[in-house]
Design a protein. Structure first.
Length: 141
């Protein structure tokens, strides 16, 4: 069973909390790595926490939420064996898993409404990597 690690900064805190409710409703096991409130924090601190946990096991995945999704994405992708995907729609979300074997999804709370974000999380968590010709490309990263 894969472990899901989730975190945000202050801008993404409310959406992170909504995602946690969604994950609980689907009976998915997840670990919230903070923050515990919407006080100002630095997004790199939380992106690093999730990336470190995700790279411990190939089956682990992460969810990161900040205002735009971009900052968290940049930080997470600094880690070896992390393939974070900033997702804007269902197609980009699905392809990030099918073709890129993304292991972290990053979302922008200021760019997405809750309904869209939750649908992206559902697609991200259920879509499996296609492998095949894409495996060779992943090894080149």
């Amino acid at each position: 069973m894969k472990k899901i690690f989730i975190s945000s900064d202050h801008a993404g805190f409310r959406l992170k909390e909504a995602i946690k409710v969604y994950l609980k409703s689907k009976k998915m096991d997840f670990h919230d790595l903070g923050p515990d409130n919407d006080n100002k924090v630095d997004y790199p601190d939380y992106a690093h926490k999730v990336a470190r946990k995700v790279k411990l096991n190939k089956k682990n995945v992460g969810i990161l939420v900040c205002g735009s999704g971009t900052g968290m994405n940049i930080v997470a992708n600094k880690h070896k064996n992390i393939r974070a995907a900033q997702c804007f729609d269902l197609k980009s979300t699905k392809l990030s898993r099918l073709h890129n074997d993304a292991n972290i999804i990053t979302l922008g709370s200021r760019l997405l409404n809750k309904k869209k974000a939750l649908s992206f999380i559902g697609v991200f968590l259920k879509t499996k990597f296609e492998g095949g010709r894409h495996s060779k490309r992943i090894r080149k990263i």
